[in-house]
Design a protein around this ligand. Structure first.
Ligand SMILES: Nc1ncnc2c1ncn2[C@@H]1O[C@H](COP(=O)(O)OP(=O)(O)OP(=O)(O)O)[C@@H](O)[C@H]1O
Length: 237
């Protein structure tokens, strides 16, 4: 287990809220640069709420939090949120592809929205991320011409555009066949091996068994960390 000398996530006694309701209390953990951790727990236990707090979609209810160097806001709509989001790759089921645009146009949309200049530079970056996810020949395709696994690769390519220090992924293998899920997981491992930290919420215990890593579990309103409190995989659900 790496020591957290260079954390990309640092939460201390954090309260994760949905409106006035506390979903998780006294959440304290760090995720180091280049580290990989799964986020597990029963449905409704708070995984998505925690991830949303980490990208400042939900405000912190108490405690402190820093993500890729940015303090998490205690009120929604913090002015630094766009800067935080540029340093993060977010892979969430709500962030779907635009189905009326090609793969390349989907990626271009994000580059334009995050301040990239220069047509050639943008084309170059689009080619690089598509190559990285194994879709070098799909730039001109429409999303509906791709399989579910290929669409998920485009979503991952989009998250990689700004070379994030941290990828936050919510059930990225959720609706995929086991073989396709495995290939997506291998892609995450490759991305992680190249230095990007990953926090991945999942219900897929087969994947966890096949690719064992640190596990953070949402349980009874708290976060349990396998790094400090070992627990059995079969008690995850
Ligand atoms: N938009 C919302 N408004 C109010 N409460 C919400 C909202 N979204 C989720 N909740 C509540 O917050 C709690 C945690 O939900 P959350 O979606 O974080 O769980 P989860 O572990 O991600 O579940 P799943 O595995 O089903 O995705 C649940 O009690 C849920 O009902």
């Amino acid at each position: 287990m790496p020591t957290a000398t260079n954390p990309v996530i640092e939460l201390h006694d954090a309260y994760i809220m949905q409106d006035v309701n506390t979903v998780l209390q006294k959440v304290t953990f760090t995720l180091d640069k280049g580290e990989f951790a799964y986020l597990v727990g029963r449905t409704g236990s708070g995984k998505s709420s925690l991830l949303k707090t980490l990208y400042a979609d939900l405000a912190l209810g108490g405690g402190t939090g820093t993500v890729v160097g940015f303090p998490l806001p205690k009120l929604s709509s913090g002015s630094k949120v766009p800067f935080l989001r540029r340093k993060l790759g977010i892979i969430f089921q709500d962030f779907q592809l635009l189905f009326d645009r090609t793969v390349a146009e989907n990626l271009l949309f994000v580059l334009n929205a995050t301040g990239w200049n220069g047509k050639a530079r943008k084309q170059q970056r689009i080619s690089e991320v598509l190559m990285q996810v194994g879709l070098a020949n799909s730039a001109a395709k429409m999303p509906h011409q791709l399989s579910g696994g290929e669409q998920q690769r485009v979503v991952i390519a989009r998250a990689l555009l700004n070379e994030p220090l941290l990828l936050l992924a919510d059930e990225p293998t959720g609706n995929l066949d086991p073989d396709v899920a495995d290939s997506i997981m291998r892609l995450f491992v490759e991305i992680n091996n190249s230095g990007t930290a990953v926090l991945m919420a999942t219900h897929n215990y087969q994947i966890i068994q096949q690719y064992p890593k640190r596990v953070l579990k949402c349980e009874k309103g708290q976060l349990v960390d396998s790094a400090t409190t070992p627990f059995q995989l079969n008690s995850l659900n």
